[in-house]
Design a protein around this ligand. Structure first.
Ligand SMILES: *Cc1c(COP(=O)(O)O)cnc(C)c1O
Length: 460
């Protein structure tokens, strides 16, 4: 007998109209934006897959919680709700609210990092690395080598190479290493998970050398789903049981709530140690705000508390990660080269394989992003030569190994019909890929050029 087909565990209660302009409009608009997708107006975009950060749809329960938000400067009820949910799901006794994830990094690192410190991790996220290097400390990537191979199918590409971690300790000495940062899922590695076995192994090395284990927890719930699906030992555990296990090994976390807390803005620090909490509190007050709001409105803390309960359910995660998988499979079926396994929050198109004739100095992933917008009004984001920027010394481009167009999927925001449009658009681009010309940069900022760079088409 046929099994009942799969469907989302929610129905739509409020909608936002999105406009489909014409191909001619888009050719004109992207030219006016000088071929930088960041320069487009959001209402000129049909399906926006720029990021999954802060772009998710809140539930009726989250909106209801917002109406009950307590905006008291000190002692807010909403803060207590948020603290309770973090305490019961993640197990941290001490909680500091921050306005977003990078603010949590700023506060925590102000309290514990000094010049010359070494911070090993599994492919630190850009803002994390930025906050480490800003303090003249050094981030060292200890991800397993399988995580760097785009053509290799491995269930936990975010895992840490324990030998690599131990040799960092041997080389620099543990007194120079106050923390290890474990990013779950690993964003810079393509939304790839870390296994519970690996978390445990990292924690053991940390304990032995008195290094604090800090989770960069933005997509912790997605990581827990992958553990349930791919680590046999946990196939019968609930998501919350797995989350509790994962966090039992952590001394603290920084969180961008714009991801797995399904809110539009917010973040927090979770800690077990009273002394670190006390140090962080001072920085939280000067950088963020008082201890019971830290840059967030009461209503946002209330929505965050509810969002954490929702993101840690199997039904939600199955639908969320199932949609990413749905898009990945569609692209694969159409012969579009994608990285595998697909990430939790995004599918990555391999632009080098898509446009094999194009020189990386002509920004193939950017070209792909521009053409997908023209074809279908879809916005992705370049993770390639533009983002990798120039060598600070010789000012030459430094084309990365992987030249990618990332299609990040906002939570609960689009339907699979939208994903069909994305796949259709990429196929249309594929059909005329032999005729595509590269781009040339006409303006760029000295650092972080991708946000504001201007381009022109080669041969025009
Ligand atoms: C988004 C993100 C951050 C930074 O959070 P913001 O809320 O954007 O400041 C840090 N780490 C990871 C893994 C992220 O995905």
């Amino acid at each position: 007998m046929d099994a009942m087909p799969y469907a989302e565990p929610y129905k739509i209660k409020m909608i936002k109209t999105i406009r489909q302009n014409t191909r001619e409009d888009r050719i004109k608009l992207i030219k006016e934006a000088e071929y930088n997708l960041f320069a487009l107006n959001a209402d000129d975009i049909y399906i926006d897959l720029l990021t999954d950060s802060g772009t998710g749809a809140m539930s009726d329960k989250q909106w209801a919680a917002m109406m009950e938000g307590d905006e008291s400067y000190a002692g807010s009820t909403s803060f207590r709700k948020m603290k309770n949910s973090i305490n019961s799901l993640l197990g941290f006794e001490y909680v500091l609210p921050t306005h977003q994830g990078r603010a949590a990094e700023n506060v925590l690192f102000s309290a514990i990092l000094k010049e010359g410190h070494i911070v090993p991790g599994n492919a630190h996220f850009d803002t994390t690395k930025g906050h480490i290097e800003f303090r003249k400390a050094v981030a060292i990537d200890c991800t397993i080598k399988e995580g760097k191979d785009p053509n290799l199918n491995h269930p936990f590409k975010g895992n840490v190479d324990i030998d690599a971690f131990e040799s960092v300790i041997k080389q620099y000495g543990s007194e120079k290493i106050p923390i290890f940062i474990l990013t779950i899922t690993c964003n810079s590695g393509g939304g790839q998970p870390v296994s519970l076995e690996n978390i445990k192994a990292v924690a053991e090395v940390c304990r032995k050398h008195e290094i604090k284990l800090i989770f960069d927890a933005a997509r912790f719930a997605e990581n827990a789903y992958f553990i349930k699906k791919r680590e046999d030992k946990y196939k019968n555990s609930t998501i919350r049981e797995i989350v509790a296990q994962m966090f039992s090994y952590a001394d603290g976390c920084t969180m961008s709530s714009k991801k797995d807390a399904i809110v539009n803005m917010g973040g927090f620090i979770g800690l077990r140690d009273a002394e670190i909490y006390r140090k962080c509190s001072t920085f939280n007050i000067i950088f963020e705000g008082y201890l019971t709001y830290g840059g967030m409105s009461g209503r946002d803390m209330a929505a965050l508390a509810q969002g954490l309960y929702e993101s840690t359910t199997f039904e939600y995660l199955e639908s969320r990660i199932g949609q990413t998988e749905y898009l990945g499979k569609l692209l694969k079926e159409r012969g579009i080269p994608v990285l595998e396994p697909f990430g939790g929050h995004a599918v990555y198109v391999n632009a080098k394989e898509f446009l094999p004739e194009m020189d990386q100095e002509h920004y193939p992933a950017q070209v792909l992003g521009v053409e997908l917008y023209i074809e279908a009004g879809v916005r992705g984001v370049e993770i390639g030569t533009v983002l990798a920027d120039r060598d600070p010394v010789n000012r030459k481009n430094r084309p990365p190994e992987l030249e990618l167009l990332r299609l990040a999927i906002p939570r609960r925001t689009y339907t699979n019909n939208h994903m069909d449009v994305v796949a259709w658009g990429l196929q249309k681009v594929m059909e005329r890929r032999d005729k595509l010309k590269g781009l040339e940069i006409t303006y760029e900022a000295p650092i972080m050029r991708h946000f504001t760079a201007k381009f022109k088409r080669l041969g025009n």
